[in-house]
Design a protein around this ligand. Structure first.
Ligand SMILES: Nc1ncnc2c1ncn2[C@@H]1O[C@H](COP(=O)(O)OP(=O)(O)OP(=O)(O)O)[C@@H](O)[C@H]1O
Ligand SMILES: [Mg+2]
Length: 279
């Protein structure tokens, strides 16, 4: 299978129209172990792209390759097999509000074929430690901040031992310290666990730390696909405007970086042992 489809994920001439064209002849790929960031203005089709990878959406034309298989015509049963390998961390966290944090992670563990009743507590505690949220073990998602909920969603996703994680805006609406923590976590999954990843983000700081390649969507098309550095050489006015806007936004965020209402400042963030590589 890998010979026929050498890329872990690949979009081949993918088109999707709702009331207007959203994806128009989209082409890009993600190699195993790599992280690709998808960026572009709001409403440009970033989440729709992830929806195609998960098989929640089907293209009108073109082919979608996931986990080295052509999933375009897969039914739900076949997609469920793929979804054991490729999992998604939703913007909201999409946790079960009636379950505690530990139970949410356990739920994902129980889906695993090799689920073992005996070591379940150890695995849940290990996951919580890995993402630096042991103190939230017995809390309910509704009582936690957005950043915590995302960290839990990541813990829950990795409990299922996927090969690939899709992140939809992991650092949006979280404070800068938590954002740094989530970035470290993504780096650890990439470097230590060799996880393949696709991350939709507005956060160029995150992009520079985790992405091997960037897909810039504009007017339904892939306006740029290549290494992050190349983005800055693009003469596309839409890309230039996007990068300019980011500079302005980042100026504001910089002012807030000294805020100190986040538990990870003293506890979790350093615990992952992965520092920022770029400032
Ligand atoms: N299930 C759907 N049915 C109809 N239209 C849809 C559906 N899903 C998305 N769209 C439309 O497709 C377009 C792209 O949506 P998408 O959610 O992918 O944008 P996005 O790039 O993720 O934006 P944001 O940055 O705001 O999250 C939007 O115009 C949206 O209204
Ligand atoms: Mg979106």
């Amino acid at each position: 299978m890998a010979e026929q489809y050498p890329h872990y994920i690949e979009f081949r001439h993918v088109c999707k129209t709702f009331d207007k064209p959203v994806l128009v002849d989209c082409n890009f790929y993600v190699d195993a172990g790599q992280t690709v960031a998808i960026i572009g203005r709001s409403g440009v089709g970033k989440s729709v792209t992830l929806g195609h990878i998960m098989g929640f959406l089907k293209p009108d034309s073109g082919r979608v390759i996931v986990a080295h298989e052509d999933i375009t015509d897969f039914d739900e049963a076949e997609m469920n097999r793929i979804r054991r390998k490729v999992t998604m961390v939703f913007q909201s966290g999409a946790l079960f509000d009636s379950l505690t944090v530990a139970e949410n992670i356990l739920f994902s563990l129980e889906q695993r074929e090799d689920f073992n009743e005996k070591n379940r507590e150890d695995i849940v505690n290990g996951m919580l430690k890995m993402v630096g949220i042991e103190d939230a073990r017995d809390k309910y998602p509704a009582d936690l901040s957005t950043g915590y909920r995302r960290a839990i969603a990541i813990a829950r996703a990795i409990a299922a031992e996927p090969q690939c994680i899709l992140y939809d805006e992991p650092t949006t609406m979280v404070d800068p310290i938590m954002s740094e923590h989530l970035t470290s976590l993504m780096l650890m999954l990439k470097n230590d666990m060799k996880m393949t990843a696709v991350v939709v983000t507005h956060d160029l700081d995150l992009l520079h730390q985790v992405a091997d390649s960037v897909v810039f969507l504009s007017d339904g098309k892939v306006a740029y696909f290549g290494p992050p550095e190349g983005l800055y050489k693009s003469e596309d006015p839409v890309i230039q405007e996007f990068l300019e806007l980011d500079k302005v936004i980042r100026g504001h965020v910089g002012e807030k970086l000294h805020g100190d209402d986040n538990p990870f400042r003293s506890a979790g963030a350093g615990g992952l042992g992965v520092g920022r590589t770029k400032e």
